[in-house]
Design a protein around this ligand. Sequence first.
Ligand code: SAM
Length: 379
Amino acid sequence: MASSHIADPKPLADVPSDNATAQQEIAAEMCMMGDQYNHGAGFDVRTYSQSTYSARTNVYEFIPENGRTYHSYKAGSELTAWHILRQAARIYFPMMRFVHLEPFKFNNIKPDLVSSKSKKDWPKDLQHHLWLLTLSNKLYLAPISSPQRVLDIGTGTGIWAIEFATQNPQAEVIGSDLSPIQPLCVPPNCRFEVDDVEDEWSYKQKFDFIHGRLMFSCFNNPAAVIKQAYQALAPGGYLEMQELNFKVHGIDDSIRGTNLEKWATLCAAGGKVLNKDLYCTMKFKQYFIDAGFEDVVETIFRWPSNTWPKRKEDKMLGLYQMTNISDGIHGISAKSFTAGLRWTTQELEVFLASVRQDMKNRAIHAYWPIHVIYGRKPT
Ligand SMILES: C[S@@+](CC[C@H](N)C(=O)[O-])C[C@H]1O[C@@H](n2cnc3c(N)ncnc32)[C@H](O)[C@@H]1O
């Protein structure tokens, strides 16, 4: 029978942001009370399996819209566009060079040699680093051992799949995505497929581990994807989802009435019009249990909006998250606001400029809960 428990820290999703006691506890945990706020400053067709060999060349064509590019395979099915590397990244990069450049992992992509398309995707790899910081350099939390077959759904640049394959040479790792934007040069035990995970899965062999990260804005029906993952796992296999809860939280009332709060609310409203539930992360644990997973564990971390926390680790997460959101905000927002809420691109640009200001404002004590959920298919 399915059971679940919540690991530390406590489940922020269950803590309403108007619950003053809970907010104080969280603030205390992050060392942010009173005056302690610190104001200091490949896709490789040669390795393709027979069942997926028929990728047409038009999946490599990207569709321009709102000054961004979107994949052409199942065009329009994803809410979040792929980033074009923004000028803002160049503004933040010198700061980051001083604080934490060394652990950056570009795998086989050297910063000076990246192609324009890889550069476009570079902020996603910055996001990968944010995850490593969050999970103490781990790629996953599930208690797996020596998995043989591993699937990374919505693999993006493939950076997670590539690193997992490198660390687990015994495993055959498949990364699947709507967009063929993965590097060509990958470990021999890693390959990529263009696929829509909301379609019926056609894998002939079962997986020992299935992983998905930051997919909360992607699916029309996340519960159905989790059910398909359950079906595709071997008995005893694990599914792990690593997701951001899009609802902006605060440790106090400083987010109330800000453009940052307004942006997140409007973005979710626009997503709803387009049949995407940006708040679905809060429901993932229940989706796991409903699908039949047992020993479901949910662990919740936090990404501050900038360097406002006192604790060094939180400050670092905040610095990366500020860059992450500021760089990616247009890609996150474009479809929700223009197609969903019918804003003009000019209106959106003006509004986003004010949201970026809020992201830099250390008097706004905002954070996003980060959920890691895993569960085991019964043996
Ligand atoms: C926010 S990115 C996350 C990338 C990657 N998981 C990571 O954490 O680095 C979301 C990815 O999901 C892909 N995606 C969205 N909807 C999808 C679908 N229905 N099937 C497969 N991939 C999808 C997008 O193309 C994009 O690469």
